[in-house]
Design a protein around this ligand. Structure first.
Ligand code: SF4
Length: 350
């Protein structure tokens, strides 16, 4: 693989992204965490907002977790935001970013990929990265037919990426390989004639069949239900536990998954989780949401309580103006449900 040709191609073709002009560890770290499972175009406005609101890692460490989750709302995979916040506090306590891959890996939410990216791009370390793009380019270039998710092949890809690194330019090389995978060597219809490493590529004839990843089993379908409970103009939101799915986020109270009849299951869950009986009214509709591990259909009901709230499973419950939820960590799923429950709020929420 001609590393020189790849680096020259990268210099001529790279996208100008804000963390590339002056790569500091904080900006690169934010970018890497935000762009996991999320397209660059989608995460860019979030990256800019985080940078404007919390310009340094110390500012982020001092922020309230709820505020961070609020700014994160819409990006999904909220454990990333919680880890980001926890890691910022560790870095602030250390006084600086760790300057070794091992030190970076010790931060919450920082795996081998993120450590390699921050290390090579912002700290000049001789460290490789293998993300989905690099995996695709290497599997094609080296004509690797086995499933790259198996531990043996994964290990071999990391070793190969490490061995390819040119001295002193690991960061550029890693970004070049990732950018090549994101543009020219795309999953479908790669543009081989425009590829800087075509001369040595052994897999181009079968490019679209590589990498060879047998299909995963389908996500199970599950059902859930929630209720919009009103006090005048304000709606009741409840805060989920600090661990587990959508941890620490606010939502219309409810349950998922469940079997059987929706209304009694919801009524019982609300009584248990809010510590007060809830009278359910009409079923207002339902929303669909796809998580990585399951597909959820969530029924949305109206409801009323009389009596004091004493949340148990939920870590808090409070009344909110649904038109003013800025800064509150509300999951995308809960926003979809609110859009059904609150007339006229849809455009502001989604
Ligand atoms: S020649 Fe084609 S298949 Fe090979 S690395 Fe380049 S774009 Fe990918």
């Amino acid at each position: 693989l001609d590393t020189r040709a790849l680096l020259d191609w990268y210099t001529a073709n790279r996208r100008e992204l804000p963390w590339r002009t002056d790569p500091d560890p904080y900006g690169v770290w934010l970018c890497e965490v935000m762009s996991q499972q999320t397209r660059i175009e989608t995460m860019l406005p979030y990256w800019r907002r985080f940078q404007a609101r919390w310009p340094t890692v110390g500012d982020l460490a001092a922020a309230d977790l709820d505020e961070v989750l609020g700014e994160w709302a819409g990006l999904g995979y909220y454990s990333r935001a919680r880890n980001l916040h926890a890691a910022a506090q560790q870095i602030a306590a250390l006084g600086a970013f760790p300057d070794t891959v091992k030190g970076l890996r010790a931060l919450p939410g920082v795996g081998p990929y993120t450590a390699g990216a921050i290390g090579s791009i912002a700290l000049g370390l001789h460290a490789a990265v293998v993300d989905g793009n690099v995996e695709r380019v290497l599997c094609r270039h080296d004509h690797i037919n086995q499933d790259p998710r198996t531990p043996t092949v994964r290990k071999a890809l990391w070793a190969r990426a490490q061995a390819l690194l040119p001295q002193g330019r690991a960061g550029d090389f890693n970004q070049a390989l990732m950018e090549l995978g994101a543009s020219v060597c795309s999953p479908r219809a790669p543009e081989c004639p425009a590829c800087p490493i075509q001369a040595t590529c052994q897999g181009q004839a079968q490019a679209e069949q590589l990498p060879n990843k047998p299909r995963k089993t389908k996500q199970p379908e599950v059902r859930g239900a929630c209720a919009a409970i009103w006090q005048g103009e304000r709606v009741l939101l409840a805060r989920r536990p600090d661990t587990g799915l959508l941890a620490g986020l606010w939502e219309l109270p409810g349950l998922d998954p469940f079997d059987g009849d929706e209304e009694p299951a919801l009524g019982q869950a609300l009584r248990e989780r809010l510590g007060v009986p809830v009278t359910l009214g009409a079923r207002l509709g339902q929303v669909r949401h796809v998580f990585t591990h399951r597909k959820l259909t969530l029924g949305v009901w109206s409801g009323a309580v009389s009596g004091a709230l004493a949340p148990t499973w939920y870590t808090g419950a409070a009344w909110f103006d649904p038109h003013d939820l800025d800064g509150l960590g509300v999951s995308t799923l809960a926003r979809k449900a609110l859009a059904i429950a609150v007339p006229g709020v849809q455009g502001r929420l989604l």
